[in-house]
Design a protein around this ligand. Structure first.
Ligand code: 2AM
Ligand code: CA
Length: 264
């Protein structure tokens, strides 16, 4: 399939960093049996992947700014464009050898995400989207699921880690949703949860306390697949609030109706 020059740049960068992560996943599996486990190794793998993405993206688009989970903010000469990159989303999964993790690359132009890529090197699933051009998984056009009844839906959430977020609120949210849906899931990689929404595998997803790089690519991929993405207020910007709800228009609205009052 023919992609734009921009998408080609993103795909090439993601595939190189992805090869590195996939090699490192093999080593992680070996290190599980060691006393200290693979934590230090994973931290290096993460940084190495971000360095590759920074190199490739900056080489192809020298002026663009770059915000990466590992390296923070680097300003570019072109103040209108910024890459928003998570080199390894689903770090805990990766650390445990669970093949549910991804590279996430979003491109922001004047405050709007105009292109996104999510790539899981473990199974080679590559999701891309560009504004107005649709969303694709391995060149297959994506469309969000069509279910309208929550009772038939599989919904994913995130769970705050130890020492983070509001655990009581999280349990309250899960209790409310669990009572109304066909299945509740927690996969542990926000970018892939959003990619699964775009692919119609999941009907809905919500999570609090995320970072822009967790959601930048996912946001455009879901929207280009016909889905709705907002914060938990229903009309707020997830990249600003750090809270996200997504699904088709009906399930998104149902989730907001349940979740919004709980956070008050
Ligand atoms: P990460 O793997 O890149 O850290 C898990 O619930 C999801 O939340 C993952 O996508 C994880 O991204 C993300 N996340 C964002 N901020 C986090 C934090 N402070 N602690 C743990 N997970 C976080
Ligand atoms: Ca992340």
């Amino acid at each position: 399939m023919l992609h734009s020059a921009l998408i080609n740049v993103m795909v090439k960068a993601a595939r190189r960093a992805g090869r590195s992560l996939k090699r490192d996943l093999g080593e992680v599996e070996n290190l599980q049996v060691s006393l200290k486990g693979p934590a230090n190794f994973v931290s290096l793998a993460d940084k190495r992947a971000e360095q590759m993405l920074l190199e490739d993206l900056t080489k192809a688009r020298p002026g663009y700014g770059f915000i990466g989970e590992e390296g923070g903010v680097r300003a570019g000469d072109d103040k209108t464009h910024t890459w928003i990159v998570d080199p390894l989303d689903g770090t805990t999964n990766f650390l445990h050898g669970i093949p549910q993790f991804a590279i996430s690359i979003g491109l922001q132009r004047e405050g709007t995400i105009i292109a996104g890529l999510i790539y899981n090197p473990a199974n080679d699933d590559l999701y891309i989207a560009e504004r107005g051009k649709g969303a694709f998984l391995n060149d297959q056009r994506l469309r969000v699921a069509g279910r309208r009844k929550l009772g038939e839906c599989v919904i994913a959430c995130g769970l705050p880690h130890i020492g983070r977020g509001d655990h009581d609120l999280s349990r309250l949210e899960m209790t409310e949703i669990q009572n109304k849906v066909a299945g509740l899931r927690r996969f542990g990689a926000a970018a892939l949860d959003m990619a699964f929404i775009a692919a119609g595998r999941l009907d809905g997803y919500w999570e609090r306390n995320l970072q822009p790089w967790d959601m930048a690519a996912g946001q455009i991929i879901v929207r280009e697949a016909g889905g709705i993405v907002s914060g938990i207020e229903g009309d707020d910007d997830p990249l600003k609030t750090g809270n996200v709800v997504c699904g088709n228009e009906f399930i998104h609205a149902e989730l907001v109706k349940i979740l919004k009052p709980l956070g008050k």
